[in-house]
Design a protein around this ligand. Structure first.
Ligand SMILES: C[S@@+](CC[C@H](N)C(=O)[O-])C[C@H]1O[C@@H](n2cnc3c(N)ncnc32)[C@H](O)[C@@H]1O
Length: 238
């Protein structure tokens, strides 16, 4: 684990069992049990993050170092705001690191985000017609990092979920091609499931390096992983 005072993995294995209560579905009981036994959930509560997802971004950035002071960041699918919290600190959006460049953080999501100092968040369906133009207007210039943790709610059907997340990911990638400055970085959640080869190909044409990563904070029983594409070539070749 990474970030502020995080050492969750070495912790005592406290296995909390939840009794199935009347009126509670088995799936809810299992979800509750998993939450109570997840060291990242406990760490997020302790460290003041809005969700355990924050650790995934911390781990990705510890490895690839794209959230540098002064970076202009767009976070697609930013609610409830864990990634925003991480980005605000790392790009120095509040100017707290004296003598370092001050970055900006812009987020969008289908859901409203509780205000966060140093970040601007807007409610928007990124798949709506004209959504990319709207985000560009809010951004008012180019960006150094476009990241997407967007995920449609699970349908229960693996292939449908996979196709939905790939559509979100592709929309995010095309937006990144439009707004990234040369050498910019694109980070996005994908689900392993077969149809991602096309996206990989597209990213490889546009970025010098494309890595597929499963950060430790990503649950091992989930097929999610992240693509981290660095060194944007500066010109869309799609
Ligand atoms: C896993 S959560 C993101 C968590 C976030 N990275 C954090 O650290 O708090 C996925 C988000 O994607 C958003 N989302 C899904 N489809 C979207 C769309 N079409 N446009 C905008 N946001 C979308 C969901 O509303 C949800 O809040």
């Amino acid at each position: 684990m990474t970030g502020k005072n995080t050492s969750g993995r070495g912790q005592r294995d406290l296995k909390v069992k939840v009794k199935t209560a009347r009126g509670r579905k088995l799936s809810s009981t299992l979800w509750l049990e998993r939450q109570l036994n997840d060291p990242y959930v406990a760490a997020a509560r302790r460290d003041g993050y809005r969700g355990r997802a924050a650790y995934k971004l911390l781990e990705l950035d510890d490895k690839y170092r794209f959230l540098v002071p002064g970076a202009r960041v767009v976070d697609l699918g930013c609610a409830p705001g864990g990634w925003l919290q991480v980005a605000v600190v790392r790009v120095n959006a509040l100017g707290e690191k004296k003598g370092k460049r001050v970055g900006t953080v812009l987020g969008v999501d289908l859901q409203e985000v509780e205000p966060l100092a140093g970040a601007t968040a807007h409610v928007l369906d990124f798949l709506d017609e004209g959504a990319d133009g709207q985000v560009k207007d809010w951004l008012g210039g180019s960006a150094d990092v476009v990241m997407s943790d967007m995920a449609a709610s699970a349908s229960g059907h693996k292939q449908t979920d996979h196709m939905r997340i790939m559509a979100l990911c592709e929309a995010a990638a095309h937006f990144a091609f439009d707004v990234l400055d040369e050498n910019g970085t694109f980070v996005a959640k994908v689900l392993a499931g077969g149809a991602e080869a096309e996206l990989q190909q597209l990213l490889k044409q546009n970025f010098r390096k494309v890595a597929n990563v499963k950060p430790p904070a990503s649950r091992s029983d989930s097929s999610e992983k992240y693509v981290v594409a660095t060194g944007f070539r500066g010109q869309a070749k799609d």
